[in-house]
Design a protein around this ligand. Structure first.
Ligand code: F6R
Length: 619
């Protein structure tokens, strides 16, 4: 079975192989354990090539054994859940007669019973995948009606689970048909050519005109046009949108990795998320106009997200509670809906997702809506599913994030949460105009300060991360808003350097984790500013002394001029002065650089770490 994958489809006048391969290259962040393409050539024959391994393996194979090209094609890059990455399990899969090719993202939950039915009818299978069942079913239905869209309608009605499916038949060149349920698919509109993709990255180098398709819809593209219907065959309206970034934004440029490029873009990610949302020192979020009454009436905010996005939510909680006085809970999306949460009309459920496709988060949003809550999506990807399923959207404008580990999206998510908190805080009368303006100024100063951290600390951090290449385990400590930053620092390190790492609330140390400290254990400590809370600062300094006394090697992240850390630190990473709530946006930067530096020192692929995919579209 297949879960998180990249999908691309093309019809038009051009040979499709190069278009498919370059689309897959841009989608490879979604999955990279096998890849394949199918093309209908000029003789009306369906050619297929698929290989286990990264896209480069397929590229090399096509270069050494060329396949006839054609102007109708589909391509797939895979992240396996069940069934290892092998040539046989790679997509596309063919119908029984070999004339129809299918690619799939998602899981067909009832595939076993469908397969039994098909086996009973004498059909045979070449793989163990659920996808092949859809291919054989589509082949059977096409043989009966000769109509690929009608075949899709019949098959979609039989499938349970989540899926995006694309198919083409060699007797219908110039036609690619797709269907989606709880799995992403967008249309790219070209001139005399059209595209389908898991996201706009699949076709942005050819067109920035896109159409978002709703749930449970079927799309047929030909060179001349696009038609979209629901699963019952009724025509539906589709939402056009223009992709706001160009193809170069999703390219590595001169950088050694996408992650390096994306960390360097953290200042712009914050600046672009603020842009257009501040007028006369006040936060104005045009997307939220007309929602004042709702914000005035809410009694509770629940933030749902996963991984790094959840840590952004944990940072946002401090600002939201302080500036709006509405109680905020942050929940991992996959835990939220299984515990019968107390929600209702006065609850605002804020989801945070870079991709906008994370299935756990999507399901939490749907659950919240079904139970009467209002939903607001903070998302970085236009046309994605989660914003479409939400009552309101605040886009982060971090630009495309390609490296699997999230970096610039994280700072953009915190920025969006802060803008939301300032907006709601003013509506609820908690913040005065002057207080809000002071916070706005602080936020506007952050991009410049992140740039300073990058300029002044990057070389230093990269140097000592090289010395630490043999490290077995790293701990991260933080308090208050430094706590989620400690969690983020640990996650990033595990994710790309495969080193055991844990983040702790520094106050928890004595309640257990201090037992882990032995001589030489590296411990990062995020030190809060002493200017606003001398007490919090003092407590963190005590925590440093406690681990130091047991032989830990202490690396502190502290603001410029904080001399109290010097006697206890083996390394000091400086961040510019900022108000306490804004420190996370600075303190996280050295941790992102460190994770990257250590992974690079270990010779690892920082952009595509093992076992992971960027877009987690299964629960
Ligand atoms: C960590 C990371 C993941 C994602 C998480 C949510 O670096 O990238 O933890 O943050 O899978 O993804 P989105 O934001 O796309 O919902």
């Amino acid at each position: 079975m297949v879960a998180m994958c990249g999908i691309v489809g093309y019809v038009g006048p051009r040979p499709s192989q190069a278009i498919l391969i370059s689309g897959l290259a841009r989608l490879e962040y979604r999955g990279y354990d096998s890849a394949g393409i199918a093309v209908i050539d000029a003789d009306g024959h369906l050619g297929l090539r698929k290989r286990a391994g990264k896209l480069q393996v397929l590229r090399d194979d096509l270069a050494t054994h060329p396949m006839a090209d054609g102007t109708t094609g589909i391509g797939h890059t895979r992240w396996a859940t069940h069934g290892g990455p092998s040539d046989a399990n790679a997509h596309p899969h063919l119908a029984d007669d070999g004339k129809l090719a299918v690619i799939h993202n998602g899981i067909i939950e009832n595939f076993a019973e469908l397969k039994d039915e098909l086996l009973g009818q004498g059909f045979t299978f070449r793989s163990e995948t659920d996808t092949e069942v859809a291919a054989v079913l589509l082949g059977r239905e096409f043989a009966a009606s000769g109509d690929l869209v009608a075949a899709f309608r019949t098959v979609a009605a039989r499938l349970e689970g989540a899926f995006t499916l694309l198919a083409m038949h060699q007797e219908r060149p110039g036609l690619v048909v797709g269907a989606r349920r709880n799995s992403p698919l967008v249309i790219g509109l070209g001139e005399g050519e059209n595209f389908l993709g898991s996201d706009v990255a699949a076709f942005v180098e050819h067109t920035r005109n896109a159409l978002a398709i709703g749930q449970d819809q079927i799309v047929a593209i030909t060179p001349a046009g696009v038609s979209v219907t629901d699963f019952a065959g009724n025509a539906v309206d589709v939402e056009p949108f223009e992709v706001v970034w160009d193809a170069s934004a999703a390219e590595k440029g001169g950088w050694s990795s996408f992650m390096a490029k994306e960390v360097s873009e953290e200042p712009e990610a914050v600046a672009n998320t603020i842009r257009g949302r501040v007028h006369d020192d006040a936060v104005v979020i045009p997307e939220l106009s007309g929602m004042d009454e709702l914000f005035a009436g809410i009694h509770r905010i629940i933030i749902v997200a996963c991984g790094t996005a959840a840590y952004a939510g944990m940072v946002g909680k401090y600002a939201l509670e302080q500036w709006t006085r509405v109680p905020v809970d942050v929940e991992l999306a996959h835990e939220f809906r299984y515990r019968d949460p107390v929600i209702g009309e006065d609850t605002l459920v804020v989801s945070i997702s870079q991709s906008g496709e994370t299935m756990d988060t999507l399901m939490a949003v749907k659950y919240a809506r079904e139970h009467g809550a209002k939903t607001l999506s903070i998302c970085n990807t236009q046309g994605a599913t989660i914003p479409r399923e939400s009552d309101a959207i605040v886009y982060t404008h971090a630009g495309p994030e390609v490296a699997v580990a999230s970096t610039k999206a994280f700072v953009a998510q915190i920025t969006a949460l802060y803008l939301l908190a300032l907006h709601v805080g003013r509506i609820r009368g908690v913040l005065s105009a002057a207080e809000s303006a002071a916070h706005v100024h602080e936020l506007q100063g952050i991009p410049g300060k992140i740039s300073r951290v990058l300029a002044e600390e990057q070389a230093h951090i990269e140097q000592f991360s090289h010395w630490m290449a043999d490290t077995q385990s790293v701990l991260f400590l933080g308090r208050h808003v430094g706590y989620p930053i400690a969690l983020e620092g640990a996650l990033k390190l595990k994710e790309i350097s495969y080193i055991h790492a844990e983040g702790f609330a520094a106050g928890e140390l004595k309640h257990g984790p201090i037992a882990l400290i032995e001589p030489g254990q590296p411990v990062f400590v995020i030190v809060p500013s002493p200017r606003e809370s001398a007490e919090l600062h003092r407590k963190v300094i005590s925590n440093i002394q406690e681990v130091r006394a047991r032989g830990a090697r202490v690396i502190v992240v502290a603001e410029e001029g904080d001399a109290a850390v010097l006697p206890f630190a083996d390394e000091v990473l400086r961040i510019p002065l900022a108000a306490p709530l804004f420190e996370p946006l600075l303190a996280v930067v050295p941790l992102h650089i460190f994770a990257m530096g250590l992974a690079t020192a270990k010779g690892l692929d920082v952009d595509q770490p093992r076992n992971l995919a960027k877009s987690v579209t299964v629960e």
